[in-house]
Design a protein around this ligand. Structure first.
Ligand code: SAH
Ligand code: SF4
Length: 373
């Protein structure tokens, strides 16, 4: 019988402390994994030999292999990973210029680094505009596989442990359809003895599984919430996101109203702008009304075309008009800069490679039409 080793990245510090005595060893292991990015137990010199052997026999560090890296003209890098069971998925490393004012009003420019992580191989939601959806659903990623994306991206880019990075769960998959593993990953990533990425710097983007938004809120993780709204009436939203038939706009808005929002933060509403579909000012007006009473900000995303897509990218002037309308009415609104579009690393352009071309997925697209969660 082949014994399957446990993934060392699956554990929070206190869980490792329970598993490996004496308890101070867990902190040492955390230091090797998350500060030194070590991926070989035998090199963890301050651990006794017997412990290194035990770890080697029972746990696995390298659970993901980088099989391809593509670098965009704008510096965005897309990583293709392979899992131990031979599946593949992508993560994206995005560098953005960030401008802030100091207390004297001087503009300080810095670089903001964001990791866009996958939470599933494929996705069940089946949105009409999304390339990930075309491949159907394969499986959830484990918490360790989510955490390891960060470690490998930090290691591959020589990012010093103390450098602040942001996490967005906006790669492949619907994070709230894998809530248990995603919430565990959020906790592991925020461990102060490890990567120390506070939940406040992690954002979950969801297509709107209303009861799971409520459940996430009750967990009080301190994580940021982004809602993929994309439409202001149910008929259109159901065409774009089939799951809207089960959880309509009002149910999503009601769930958001129960979500604990940090005093200095807002819930982000992502609005995918598609030419001649939802880019008119009447929609902007309805959006304003819909978000009334919510601490919200709107992020407009220009539709990114992909192979076989039936929609068109909107005119930038039209998107600006839409944004200006909302801003003038006092609603915070930004237009998302598309990063990595030349390497298909932008929103909605990620998809499993190789595998799905030869193997039919377990669940076809759009299986979330009914309340099955
Ligand atoms: N499943 C989650 C998170 C991953 S998708 C969600 O849907 O929110 C991350 C974002 O990319 C979502 O807002 C999604 O609607 C958007 N997106 C999907 N396809 C896109 C496309 N072709 N162009 C631009 N954005 C897209
Ligand atoms: Fe899934 Fe998000 Fe793509 Fe919709 S947009 S199919 S929820 S990954």
């Amino acid at each position: 019988m082949i014994e399957i080793k446990k993934n060392i990245y699956d554990y929070r510090l206190e869980e490792l402390e329970q598993l490996l005595q004496p308890i101070f060893r867990a902190k040492q292991i955390y230091n090797w994994l998350y500060i030194k990015y070590e991926n070989d137990f035998s090199k963890m010199q301050n651990l006794p030999k017997e412990m290194r052997e035990k770890l080697e026999n029972e746990y696995q560090i390298k659970n993901l292999e980088i099989i391809q890296i593509q670098t965009s003209k704008d510096g965005t890098k897309k990583y293709l990973f392979r899992t131990n069971d031979g599946l593949s998925f992508e993560s994206v490393f995005i560098k953005m210029r960030d401008k802030k004012q100091d207390e004297n009003g001087k503009i300080i420019e810095s670089e903001k680094w964001t990791f866009c992580l996958s939470s599933q191989v494929g996705c069940k939601v089946g949105c009409a505009f999304c390339y990930t959806a075309k491949g159907g659903f394969v499986r959830n990623l484990s918490s360790g596989e989510i955490v390891e994306q960060v470690v490998q991206l930090k290691k591959d880019n020589d990012i010093p442990p103390e450098k602040r990075v942001n996490i967005v769960y906006m790669g492949m998959g619907e994070p709230l359809d894998n809530l248990q593993n995603v919430s565990q990953a959020i906790k592991i990533l925020s461990e102060l003895d490890g990567l120390s990425i506070s939940a406040r710097r992690q954002t979950i983007s969801t297509s709107g599984i209303a009861p799971k938004i409520t459940q996430l809120g009750k967990m009080e993780l301190g994580v940021q919430l982004a809602i993929s709204l994309h439409a202001v009436d149910d008929t259109l939203r159901s065409q774009l996101i089939p799951m809207n038939k089960a959880y309509n706009i009002q149910s999503v808005i009601s769930a958001v109203k129960t979500f604990p929002v940090d005093a200095r933060k807002r819930v982000m509403f992502e609005y995918l702008v598609i030419k001649n579909i939802n880019d008119d000012l009447a929609s902007a007006k309805k959006l304003l009304k819909l978000l009334d009473g919510i601490k919200a900000k709107v992020n407009l995303i220009l539709f990114n075309p992909h192979e076989g897509s039936e929609f068109q990218r909107p005119e930038i002037m039209q998107v600006r008009k839409f944004a200006d309308f909302l801003t003038n009415k006092g609603l915070l609104c930004t237009i998302r800069e598309s990063k990595g579009i030349d390497i298909s690393a932008a929103c909605g352009q990620l998809r499993e490679k190789n595998i799905l071309e030869t193997q039919s997925p377990n669940v076809p697209r759009g299986t979330f039409k009914n309340k099955e969660l």
